[in-house]
Design a protein around this ligand. Structure first.
Ligand code: BGN
Length: 278
């Protein structure tokens, strides 16, 4: 992994040159499960060092700036767990990061691809070179699972307790995915046409392979997550049909063609909220 790590810092981030470069070896070798300990710490979580959902290490200059994009609707109790947990986890990773929660604020069918595209546009405008697309119900368990982009897209949640810690199929990219902003633009982001649950991630995977990119994964013991329980959005029964002409649509349907009724950006202490009406 260290071979893949390269300088990828947001030019807006002021680096103090007298500081040493951050090191990542210790983090990569720290493969213990964290959940119980982190859960305890969450009880006395303090937002120290966090502003607008953004944090940078104090002691060293980070090698990576990462935008965490969390698509969301109507799951306040999960957000209440996710946000302190992920900050507690990420503050120890020696990276500069910013959390965006992209909330669909209407009763229309769930459009996760569109929400990711809107979040990506904002993060790219703020000069983040790396995007991590993150389900709100997944909590990382291993400190070694570094929240950074490599030189190919990386599926980070290969090992989820709900699926007995087994990767359910090889092209799965749903859950948590790290991809550079450059690659996201190259793929034209997500399709905006998947309404309801399912398929938008598989369509994104076919964009990855159509552009001759790989899907990397860390070893399973570094990629473990626990999933919070919840009710799923209604399934999209049209998803198989939409996927069939995915390759033909990729150029005209994606990041370059997001349509919405309104978008608002509202910075809060622990995350920057992007509200969307489709
Ligand atoms: C798959 C879904 C994904 C989802 C994973 C994991 C579809 C399309 C079928 C051709 N894909 O079955 O969207 O992330 O399960 O839950 O439904």
């Amino acid at each position: 992994v260290n071979d893949y790590l390269y300088k990828h810092v947001n030019p807006n981030l002021k680096l103090v040159n007298t500081k040493a470069e951050c090191k990542y070896d210790d983090i990569l070798h720290h493969t213990q499960l964290t959940q119980v300990r982190e859960m305890k710490k969450m009880l006395n979580f303090t937002p120290k060092g966090i502003m607008n959902g953004s944090f940078a290490p104090e002691e060293c200059n980070p090698a990576m700036s990462v935008a965490i994009l969390v698509t969301y609707r109507n799951r306040q109790s999960q957000l209440d767990v996710f946000i302190p947990y992920i900050h507690t986890f990420l503050r120890k990773q020696n990276i500069h990061y910013k959390i965006y929660v992209i909330e669909q604020q209407d009763d229309k069918p769930w459009n996760k691809g569109l929400l990711y595209n809107i979040g990506a546009k904002q993060a790219i405008a703020e000069k983040f070179p790396c995007l991590i697309l993150h389900d709100v119900d997944l909590l990382p368990l291993d400190h070694s699972n570094l929240y950074v982009c490599l030189n190919q897209p990386r599926h980070m949640s290969a090992s989820i307790d709900k699926f007995r810690f087994v990767l359910i199929y090889n092209t799965l990219v749903g859950g948590v995915l790290a991809i550079t902003s450059e690659h996201y633009k190259l793929l034209n982001g997500f399709s905006n046409r998947f309404l309801g649950w399912g398929g938008e991630d598989d369509d994104f995977a076919s964009r990855i392979s159509a552009n001759k990119l790989d899907i990397l994964r860390f070893p399973q013991h570094m990629a473990r997550y626990t999933m919070l329980r919840h009710q799923q959005e209604p399934e999209n029964s049209a998803r198989y049909a939409i996927m069939l002409d995915g390759r033909r649509r990729a150029a005209s349907d994606g990041l370059g063609s997001v349509a919405f009724a309104s978008v608002g950006v509202r910075p809060q202490r622990l995350y920057t909220l992007i509200t969307v009406r489709v």
